[in-house]
Design a protein around this ligand. Structure first.
Ligand code: BEZ
Length: 398
């Protein structure tokens, strides 16, 4: 289903309509033309296990644009939303709806790495300026990198590679990893292994579960029988809530410490409750980051949505900030694609996560925080890797 959200009526009345009212008093030759709308396409999940991620990315992206006056380069904005259902099989069709059907000026999203692969393939062919606001699929900023494709989130590799050495520092030498059986799952546990094995760790077993299955019991029994020193997991959204609760309920957390990329405990703590206490994760954001930008962002998001900000909201917010910055640089002229892309490439965003810039492959260069759940909060206990860039292997852009 496609949903349209025009620039808020209130915002429109205070800006363009002011001009419109003045125009109605002028003789015909002097009537001011309304600037046409900039169309921003959004392909995100609004149903299923990743639904909460899609809502937070969308709401925070629109919040960033409204904070800048609700316009892009002086033009009103129309947001066209399509529910991706986190379904790679529907991704090409959904992307075409936005690019060929709606003729969007910009394309944003998705959450799911499999959806991203199909979406980016088409965006490259069509030349639509695209900002990936979550999916971490490596290829997006490696083999498939392109001048018109940016990512404001992370590569899957960035969020997991630093955890291996951290586990070894704690003497956790034998691990089992567990995840969903799709591109992001493979890349996350692969990146973890890439950091863990050279540091002296051994991966005893990699358990893969069909996406978006959340029946974990048999796998938890297997983990108990393998008796590893630690578990590394990638799950997100509703699946992460269920996994962390089941892990604790199975009595494993006390004897086998649980680790993961921060998606395991981000945006989920309220629902996980005490089951998440002590879980150690690595991620490019933590709500406990004590900076004026993060404080202001969290308060504004809470006020606007009634929900707690999380990493997904941050990525949406930075997508909005990037659009504002680039469109300002060309005074709203969407035909100036080269200049828009140049402005995006050179952007240095004051993000709630900290300062963020882009690598040559147009993926964020960012700090990766080590976080531990303490009293219901992802507390930053260190920086696992400062200013980490994805290797960008196979990307020819320089
Ligand atoms: C992914 O599919 O790339 C993904 C989904 C949710 C959280 C993080 C990554």
């Amino acid at each position: 289903m496609t949903t349209r959200i025009p620039t808020t009526r209130r915002r429109f009345l205070s800006t363009a309509a002011g001009a419109g009212a003045a125009a109605s008093l002028l003789p015909a030759p002097f009537v001011l033309a309304q600037p046409s709308k900039v169309k921003v396409g959004i392909l995100l999940p609004y149903t299923g296990t990743y639904a909460s991620l899609g809502h937070n990315i969308t709401d925070a992206m629109i919040m960033a644009i409204e904070e800048a006056g609700g316009m892009l380069g002086g033009r009103p904005v129309e947001y066209v939303k399509v529910d991706s259902e986190a379904d790679p099989a529907k991704a090409a069709n959904n992307t075409n709806k936005l690019i060929a059907g709606e003729k969007v000026d910009f394309l944003t999203g998705p959450v799911h790495s499999g959806v991203a692969m199909a979406m980016v393939k088409i965006a490259r062919e069509e030349g639509t300026i695209t900002i990936v606001s979550n999916a971490g699929a490596a290829a997006v900023t490696r083999q498939m990198c392109a001048p018109n494709v940016f990512r404001t989130s992370f590569s899957n590799w960035q969020t997991c590679f630093p955890m291996g050495p951290e586990m070894m520092k704690r003497g956790r030498k034998k691990a089992v990893s567990i995840t969903w059986n799709y591109a992001a799952g493979h890349e996350m546990i692969g990146a973890f292994k890439e950091g863990y094995v050279p540091a002296g760790g051994q991966v005893m077993k990699e358990i893969l579960i069909p996406f978006p299955n959340i029946e974990f019991q048999a796998h938890l029994t297997e983990i108990a029988s393998l008796k590893p020193d630690a578990v590394f997991a990638f799950f997100a959204g509703g699946g992460a809530v269920k996994f962390v609760k089941d892990y604790d309920a199975a009595g494993l957390k006390k004897t086998i410490p649980l680790h993961g990329s921060g998606f395991l405990t981000d945006g989920t703590l309220h629902a996980q409750g005490a089951a998440a206490e002590g879980v150690l994760t690595t991620l490019h954001y933590a709500e406990s980051l004590d900076t004026p930008t993060n404080k202001r962002f969290k308060e504004a998001f809470k006020k606007r949505t009634g929900r707690t900000a999380d990493v997904y909201a941050v990525q949406g917010y930075d997508t909005g900030q990037l659009l504002v910055h680039a469109m300002k640089s060309v005074k709203g002229d969407v035909r100036a694609k080269k200049e828009i892309m140049a402005a995006m490439r050179g952007a240095k965003l004051d993000s709630p996560r900290g300062t963020m810039s882009f690598s040559k492959a147009q993926n964020p260069i960012q700090d990766i925080y080590l976080r531990e759940v303490r009293k219901g909060d992802n507390v930053v206990i260190g920086v696992a890797h400062k200013a980490l860039a994805d290797p960008g292997t196979g990307c020819g852009m320089s």
